[in-house]
Design a protein around this ligand. Structure first.
Ligand code: ARG
Length: 589
């Protein structure tokens, strides 16, 4: 289905052609002076150069040819040569009617769907999830949903950090505490126990203890590094401990991500791709891509025109160990082999950008990915506290994700209980739903690459540009529809949208009509924050309409049905949008 701008542009083209000008000047855009008009065309300014005429004369010519027709309520040439447009209410209503009858609300799905992998989340096994991982999860989940909604085949991969030094630390600490376990007995040949020798609680305590201890004790650190090395080279007992760590940690991670309404298609990690490394390294050497530099195996990836130096991609350290670069390259080897993605999107802290520049260049240069495979880095900024520094607990430590979510939920619970519309049990449930919206909207509202301030008070407010405000608006619509008797999920195609009779109704209809145009931009730019900006506008416009209009007490039944149709459509637009952002609305709040 066309966007409203496209439809109006077609009308405008007729005016330009009939007045003797080229149709290419007729592009219509949303007005940037909503006080004066709804849409505008600036083409006369550009045409002026080509036709050696004053822009206003051209605009005037065009306008003269557009006075009748079904589309424009008013077409006006204004100095120095803009064409200001207002639409006929019936034209807008017809457009919304078509939208209501379309499964995707008028948004075109990809004509040739692509396979897209989204690499996001990226938690490190056995280390607690912290707020740094929150942004990747929130943004990545939304990106995945947006790409999928457009009709692509999308695979979300968590890409666990499960092969690093933290594993060696845990093994070393465990051996120190329980040296008699069979994992540490080199002569043990039997089956290792099925039960892990630690709980998740213990595991979470073991890692930080070991990490701190290693920083102060060189010998211990050496031991942990060696344990990492042995694990990575197939030590049987250590591998068994690793399996326990994975089992316990992954179960815990699954629970955490589920609470965030974040869900991965693949739970793969760095360990899974180790098997690709030897062949990959051999090929890079054989084909002359890799060379030794001070003992390390590297691939040069600098390019002419680099403003900053891009250091070589490190394939193997001088001791033969694989690195972060190596793992990401091997992951691409696997992805090519198993999924052949057209695009891979990495949602990672923007401070890792250089790493991805190196990996992408190396993968292209060495043919690990096909030349046409698109590799995209979506780097996000830091989540700061009110002091402008990276978010910390009150005590100054790294804030754990669970605690942060709990803090928001508690605040939401208080506010919902103050409202006194629901009982305690429901309030708990609702607080979680609304709390999650507060966190996600607070994050996604910002352009991903920017740093932002995490402000519990502001994010949990029912007023202003917040998740709870959006949900409150949806709940308000739901409640009106329930009172009217519109069944939940009432069929959109049965609706009958009517031409707006007042400015508030029309403003809402115009806002809703922007939906497919907005979605196209969000998709092209991979910009969830533009969905937030849009639904904030929709919510504001709806609430103005609501305050100015007697909806349920309207006595003209047909008119009332028209309002209800508009509400159903508005609700559908808002709920679709928040689903793409990764949260949902409660029934009451
Ligand atoms: N585990 C990494 C970290 O915590 C993030 C992984 C990002 N994804 C990737 N393919 N490198 O920093």
């Amino acid at each position: 289905m066309n966007t409203l701008s496209q439809l109006i542009t077609k009308e405008m083209e007729k005016g330009f052609v009939e007045a003797g000008y080229d149709a290419s000047y007729a592009k219509v855009t949303l007005s940037n002076r909503p006080d004066l008009c709804e849409y505008q065309c600036n083409g006369a300014m550009a045409a002026a150069k080509a036709y050696h005429k004053a822009p206003f004369m051209i605009a005037d010519d065009v306008v003269a040819h557009l006075q009748d027709g079904d589309c424009f309520a008013s077409v006006e040439a204004v100095k120095p040569g803009f064409i200001n447009l207002k639409l006929k209410p019936q034209f807008v209503a017809d457009f919304l009617q078509q939208m209501a009858e379309d499964e995707c609300l008028g948004m075109e799905r990809e004509a040739s769907p692509r396979t897209i992998m989204v690499d996001y989340g990226g938690p490190n096994v056995a280390k607690p999830l912290h707020v740094g991982h929150l942004r990747s999860a929130i943004i990545g989940e939304s990106v995945k949903r947006i790409m999928r909604y457009k009709g692509n085949q999308v695979i979300g991969d968590i890409h666990l950090g499960d092969w690093g030094y933290q594993m060696g630390l845990i093994i070393t600490e465990l051996e120190k505490r329980k040296p008699d376990l069979p994992y540490f007995d080199e002569n043990f040949m039997g089956e290792y126990p099925a039960e892990a020798p630690f709980t998740i609680g213990e595991l979470e305590e073991i890692y930080p203890t070991a990490s701190t201890y290693a920083k102060e004790h060189e010998e211990y650190r050496e031991k942990a590094l060696h344990a990492t090395y042995l694990l990575q080279n197939g030590h049987r007992g250590y591998r068994a401990v690793w399996n326990h760590i994975m089992q316990i940690s992954v179960a815990d991670l699954k629970k955490n991500y589920q609470n965030l309404n974040v869900d991965f298609d693949l739970w793969k990690g760095e360990a899974d791709v180790q098997k690709y490394i030897p062949d990959m390294v051999q090929r890079l050497k054989d084909e002359g891509f890799a060379h030794y530099d001070e003992g390390a195996l590297v691939v040069d990836v600098c390019e002419d025109g680099d403003k900053k130096e891009v250091p070589p991609c490190m394939i193997l350290k001088s001791d033969g160990a694989a690195l972060y670069d190596t793992t990401d390259l091997a992951t691409l080897v696997e992805r090519e082999e198993l999924y052949r993605p057209d695009e891979v999107i990495y949602v990672v802290d923007k401070r890792q950008e250089l790493h991805f520049v190196q990996v992408f260049r190396c993968a292209k240069k060495t043919g690990i990915v096909r030349p046409e495979t698109k590799l995209s880095f979506l780097g996000f900024g830091t989540m700061n506290g009110k002091d402008g520094k990276p978010f910390k607990t009150r005590e100054g430590g790294v804030m754990r994700l669970e605690n942060l979510i709990q803090e928001i939920d508690d605040e939401m619970y208080k506010k919902i209980m103050d409202n006194r519309t629901v009982d305690e049990g429901e309030a708990k449930e609702t607080a979680r739903t609304v709390g999650l919206a507060a966190i996600k909207y607070g994050d996604l509202w910002n352009q991903a690459a920017k740093d932002y301030v995490f402000d519990v008070d502001r994010f949990t407010s029912f007023e202003g540009n917040t998740g709870p405000y959006i949900l409150y608006t949806i709940v308000r619509i739901k409640s009106i529809l329930a009172k009217y008797g519109q069944p939940e999920g009432g069929k959109l195609e049965d609706l009958c949208l009517r031409a707006a009779e007042n400015e508030f109704e029309k403003a809402l209809m115009l806002e809703i009509a922007r939906y497919n145009e907005m979605m196209d931009i969000v998709y092209e730019e991979i910009a969830p924050h533009k969905i937030c900006a849009y639904i904030y506008d929709v919510a504001n416009t709806f609430n103005k309409f609501y305050h100015e209009t007697k909806i349920l007490s309207e006595t003209d039944e047909e008119k009332k049905a028209g309002y209800i149709a508009l509400l159903v459509l508005t609700k559908k637009v808002l709920t679709t949008c928040i689903d793409l952002l990764g949260f949902e609305a409660p029934e009451r709040m």
